[in-house]
Design a protein around this ligand. Structure first.
Ligand SMILES: NC(=O)c1ccc[n+]([C@@H]2O[C@H](COP(=O)([O-])OP(=O)(O)OC[C@H]3O[C@@H](n4cnc5c(N)ncnc54)[C@H](OP(=O)(O)O)[C@@H]3O)[C@@H](O)[C@H]2O)c1
Length: 383
């Protein structure tokens, strides 16, 4: 029996994780979902409570707690970030799936690692804003992170083909998003509904917009840096529009090892849950004859200026990544609300990074201050 807490249970990764766990149990695994953490979608969480029967849950707001308490009087119900942290720390949990979106995911990741637990990590922001803290917690308490992100799952698999010192570079594939072929001068006027139409993946709103700006790809470079201990100058993005190859590792003898799979997040989610097993749970299979030509092209910095800004923040280190993460969260929200143009996201990120004066090591407190500063900056900036 493996007891699991799923944080972000009501999201795209969270709901797919529940689906995968049902499949794994039908295949003979003994997973028990003992805790579910969610945000504001209390209606979906209530459905999940009925279906999964967890012992404890958590919601973002007090009103959600009160609503659930009247329906499920015997259930333990937490609220807010503290509620998420206590689910991650709860006794008797073997695996924490962190499928939260945004900076709110960091403290639960740290809390789980401080218990020496394994975290199946989709919440890339944990590593983007708190990479140093996560590395320290791993060092000190002996926990483990297994990535859920498809690119990092691919890298983990490809890295098993050689020794770490034999790696020349990590190559992270990017579909290019919905605007790969849009004339650059038209990007100013693209609408939220166009940006939300990802060519290959169905995901949450923020990561879909981040895929269109390539902020997501820069986050993935940071994530790979912390997960696998490879310096930034040996991690490269490459545009691969069909998203069949999820990432590659080049070794120093010239061999390049790739991982291919259909674009279905349940495959890397399953790999993270039962790593290193590969059970058959009837997930979609890749038909190579209909995959078409596998093409690649370099990432065009003029089309995706936010990529370089986020990487500049990563190289600057300290709290700079927390600044671009928080600014991006706000700017994406403002773009989706029709307040700023699509190109305003990249311009706002660059302005936030240029204006940020914070120095020093990224403690939790410093990260929170940087996050707060960047949110204010990004909500006030006009174009
Ligand atoms: N979706 C993908 O295919 C994919 C692929 C690779 C990596 N990722 C990464 O996985 C993470 C999750 O992405 P997603 O696409 O699943 O996002 P999503 O669909 O937007 O779901 C996010 C989840 O986080 C919860 N949440 C948000 N803010 C919260 C808060 N303040 N307190 C508590 N819960 C909160 C949401 O709850 P409510 O909905 O109840 O408010 C929801 O359960 C992100 O870091 C993303 O970059 C996603």
């Amino acid at each position: 029996m493996r007891r699991v807490a799923i944080l972000g249970a009501t999201g795209s990764i969270g709901t797919q994780t529940i689906d995968v766990i049902h499949r794994l149990n039908r295949a003979g695994y003994g997973f028990e979902i003992v805790a579910l953490g969610a945000g504001r979608n209390v209606a979906l969480l209530a459905e999940q409570i009925v279906a999964v029967r967890p012992r404890a849950v958590c919601v973002a707001e007090e009103s959600g707690r009160a609503e659930l308490a009247s329906r499920f009087p015997d259930l333990e119900i937490g609220v807010g970030e503290e509620g998420l942290v206590s689910l991650a720390r709860r006794d008797g949990i073997d695996l924490v799936v962190n499928a939260l979106v945004g900076a709110v995911g960091l403290r639960p990741t740290l809390a789980a690692l401080e218990q020496g637990r394994t975290v199946a990590l989709a919440n890339k922001e944990s590593l983007v804003i708190g990479g140093e803290l996560v590395a320290a917690a791993l060092n000190e308490h002996g926990g483990k992170i297994i990535p859920i992100d498809s690119e990092h799952s691919a890298l983990l698999q490809a890295l098993s083909a050689g020794k770490r010192e034999e790696v020349r570079r990590l190559i992270i594939t990017a579909s290019g998003g919905p605007f790969l072929r849009t004339p650059i001068e038209r990007l100013e006027r693209v609408r939220p509904e166009d940006a939300l139409r990802h060519p290959n993946w169905s995901m949450g709103a923020r990561i879909t917009i981040d895929s269109a700006t390539m902020v997501n790809k820069a986050f993935e470079v940071i994530e790979a840096h912390y997960l696998f201990g490879i310096p930034y100058d040996r991690i490269e993005p490459i545009i691969h529009p069909s998203s069949v190859i999820h990432s590659l590792v080049e070794y120093r003898d010239g061999s390049v090892i790739a991982q291919l799979a259909p674009p279905d997040m349940r495959i890397p989610i399953q790999y993270a849950l039962v790593y290193p097993d590969r059970p058959d749970t009837d997930l979609p299979r890749l038909d190579l004859t209909s995959a078409g030509a596998l093409s690649f092209e370099p990432l065009d910095p003029a089309r995706y200026p936010a990529f370089a800004t986020v990487l500049a923040a990563a190289r600057r280190g300290g709290t700079a990544p927390a600044v671009v993460n928080a600014a991006d969260e706000v700017l994406v929200g403002r773009f989706l609300a029709g307040e700023i143009p699509f190109t305003g996201i990249a311009r706002g990120l660059s302005a936030a990074l240029a204006a940020w004066r914070g120095e020093g090591p990224p403690s939790l407190e410093a990260i929170r201050d940087a996050d707060r500063w960047a949110r204010r900056f990004a909500s006030e900036i006009s174009f």
